[in-house]
Ligand binder design. Sequence first.
Ligand code: NAP
Length: 279
Amino acid sequence: MAVTPSSFRSDLLAGKCAVVTGGGTGIGRAVAEDLLRHGARVVIASRNLERLEETARELSSLGEISALACDIADDRQVKTMAAAAQERMGRVDLLINNAAANFIRPSEMLTPVRWRKIVDIVLNGTFYCSLEFGRRMLEQGSGRIVSIVAAYAWTGAPGLLPSAAAKAGVVAMTRTLGAEWAARGVLVNAISPGPIDVPQTREHLWPTPEMQAKVLSSIPLDRFGSEQDVSSLVLFLASDLGRNIAGEVIVSDGGQSLGRGALDMLSELRAVRAKPKGA
Ligand code: NAP
C-alpha cells in the first residue's frame, strides 16, 4: 500500500526525527511513510525485526529510515530502544505510540494472563515509551508525542475489555501528560481512528463481506477510514500547525462515534415524500 501524497508541504517536518512503534505494518507503516515523505528521519520499532527491516528497505527511497527490535511491554527493552534511536538520529522530536495488540473474547472467559498481555502492551508499553522519550524531550525543551487510541476507550466494547480499558488509560495519560508537559515544550496528544480497512482488521474483525458491510453501515460517512486519514493528523500534530493543541484526542471516524441515529429513517422518509401523491 502506497500512501497518496498529502497536500502538506513536502518539507513540513524537515530536520525532525521520529520514532514510530509498530511501524512495520498497517497504520504505523503508513505513518512512517508519510513522515518520510515530509522530510522527517524515522526509526520504526516493534518485536518482529525481520518485518521491520523489510518495511525499512521498501521505504528507504523516501528518506532515512531504520528498524529497532523492541517489545514495548518490557521497560528495559524500551530503555535500550530509546537510547539506540537517540544515538542513531542524534535526537528524537516525535514519538508515535502506535503499537498495540487485541483479541475478541467474552469477558467472562478472560484470564489474568490474557488481560495482562494486552494491558502490558497497550497501556504499560505506551507509558514506558512516553516516559523514556518524554524525559529526553523535556530535556531538549521540545517534542511531540501522539498516541493512537480507539473510540471504545469512551464507549467500552463488548468482547474487547482489555483493549478498551487500556486505551481508556492511554486517553487519561494523554490528558494528564498533555497538561503536565505543555509549558515545558512537549505536546502530548492522541488520535482516535474509526474502523480502518487494513489486512489485520480484514483478517480478524470483519473476515466476510457481510461483516464488513455491517461495520460500514455503522459509519454515517459510508466509508472506511484509510491509514492516511490517520497519518495526515499525525503530520498536523507533529508540525507547527499543531502548536496550540495539548492533551487532546482528535477523532477521525466518519461520524461513527455519533451513531447513525435516525439517519436511515430520514432517507426513507425523504424517498416517501419525494414520491408523487397517488404513485
Ligand atoms: P497492526 O497492523 O496489527 O499493528 C500493530 C503493530 O503493533 C504491529 O506492527 C506490531 O508489530 C506492533 N506490536 C504489537 N505488540 C507489540 C509489542 N509488544 N511491542 C512492540 N510492538 C508491538 O494494527 P493497526 O490496525 O495498524 O493498528 C495500529 C494502531 O491503530 C493500534 O494502536 C490500534 O489500536 C489503532 N487502531 C486501529 C484501528 C483499525 O481499524 N485498524 C481503529 C482504531 C485504532 P510486531 O508484531 O512486530 O511487534
